[in-house]
Design a binder for this molecule. Structure first.
Ligand SMILES: Cc1ncc(COP(=O)(O)O)c(C=O)c1O
Length: 426
């Protein structure tokens, strides 16, 4: 997989920082396109569709790169769907596989024209079927509105105010809970509930045609996927109208650059061989999140303080765990590099608050740094900006897309007014 240790040449860093300032999320469009191409060509099975799991990153300009490359979107939530529609994806290229939607939200997804639904429980299936039947009978869903979204925005994909989904074929799938493989997971339906699911769907003239399997996030061991393909397929065969397999995301990304990485070719060859041996054509959906987008992004931050505790360098930077929560709050690792050379020292990289967990990196190896130097936190494309928050009342950084030596702002830096947003005070 393409990744570079010093991801952005120093002269370009200086140029973009003079324009956009720091902290700054920088996405390298060329790396993103290379990664998408690499994943796409690794799975040669002819009936494969790729859907980017936008839970990892919802920036519209990046979503549009996936669209350019022929991918659809995998949506976890109505918000994912909303962003995908805004980015210009046709509703039928958006697969929904989430959890615990209210009836109103399901109605909204149908109204937006979503046609593929992988549902997480018998109760969600029942809710879906009730809503589907209601909408079909009334041929109008206009009275069911998503909270907090204005009616005009809700019509984002609707032409002529008709219900898009009602006219199209609905593909219904079940998310799979298979304790032997997925362990103690809250997600999915167990195979002993398939018959009940099929009956519920039949009552509204729908079929359960899909099985969705999610391996668990960030798995770099290729075997963890390849070893279970047969078992998943045998389970899918229990569905009498089985037509598609959504093999989910969870594909790892090598944040530790010297450790094992998920091998797309091995996985692609294995799943292709197995699916081609089946006696009917099965459509395959693959929905990578982090594997596709992690490596193209860097968070640039400036050193604002340096101190030493014995032999350890403690640097303070102008970003925080609220801008990038994964390393500290969720225990993930992101490599931090600088453009300086020289002897390396054990270094903690600390955020600009006194929150006790405000570390961007612990025990890093960095040269002696000074106030004003820049550091680069690598591989932050997935669950980076998407998981940022206003915790600690720090505002969010800007986002810039770098492509073909051009740069453009794809999200503005927030200002302090954002902290007042929606507050009611007098
Ligand atoms: C159903 C589903 N697919 C794909 C993803 C993306 O996961 P990953 O980034 O591990 O590929 C998620 C993440 O929550 C998910 O829930």
């Amino acid at each position: 997989m393409p990744y570079l240790q010093y991801p952005i040449p120093h002269n370009i860093v200086k140029e973009i920082l003079s324009i956009y300032d720091s902290p700054l999320y920088v996405y390298q469009g060329d790396i993103l396109r290379q990664t998408i191409a690499h994943i796409t060509k690794s799975i040669v099975y002819p009936h494969t569709k790729f859907h980017f799991a936008s839970v990892t990153n919802g920036n519209l300009s990046l979503l549009q790169i996936f669209k350019d490359c022929g991918w659809g979107i995998h949506a976890n939530t109505p918000g994912d769907v909303y962003l995908a529609l805004k980015a210009g994806f046709p509703a039928e290229n958006i697969v929904y596989s989430g959890s615990n939607l209210s009836a109103e939200e399901m109605a909204q997804l149908l109204k937006w024209g979503i046609t593929t639904f992988n549902l997480d429980s018998i109760a969600q299936l029942q809710t879906f079927c009730d809503i589907y039947q209601f909408q079909n009978h009334h041929n109008c869903s206009g009275s069911i509105l998503l909270p907090n979204v204005s009616p005009s925005e809700q019509d984002v994909s609707i032409t002529n105010n008709k219900i898009e989904s009602a006219a199209k074929e609905i593909k219904l799938g079940l998310r799979l809970n298979l304790p032997e493989i997925t362990g103690d997971s809250r997600i999915g339906v167990q195979s002993n509930q398939f018959i009940e699911a099929v009956k519920i769907a039949e009552k509204v003239n729908l079929k359960i045609s899909g099985l969705h399997f999610y391996r668990g996030t960030g798995t770099n061991a290729t075997k963890a996927f390849t070893q279970v393909i047969n078992q998943i397929i045998e389970t899918a065969k229990l569905l009498p109208d089985w037509q598609y397999l959504d093999f989910g995301g969870g594909f790892g990304y090598p944040y530790y650059h010297d450790r094992v990485a998920f091998d797309w070719e091995i996985f692609g060859n294995e799943i292709t061989d197995i699916l081609l041996k089946l006696d009917k054509k099965i459509d395959l959906i693959i929905e990578p999140g982090r594997a596709a987008i992690a490596g193209c992004a860097t968070l640039l931050a400036q050193v604002v303080s340096v101190k030493w505790q014995e032999d350890k360098q403690i640097i303070g930077v102008n970003t925080t765990v609220a801008n990038l929560s994964v390393p500290s709050v969720h225990g993930g690792y992101r490599e931090i590099v600088s453009w300086k050379s020289g002897k390396l020292y054990l270094t903690d990289v600390c955020g600009n608050t006194t929150y006790s967990r405000d570390y961007l990196g612990k025990n890093c190896q960095l040269p002696k740094l000074e106030i004003g130097d820049m550091v680069a936190i690598l591989d932050v494309g997935a669950y980076g900006y998407a998981m940022s928050s206003h915790f600690l009342h720090r505002i969010r950084p800007a986002e810039v897309l770098l492509e073909n030596h051009n740069h453009k702002l794809i999200r503005k830096r927030e200002d302090y007014d954002i902290l007042l947003h929606n507050q009611i005070f007098s």
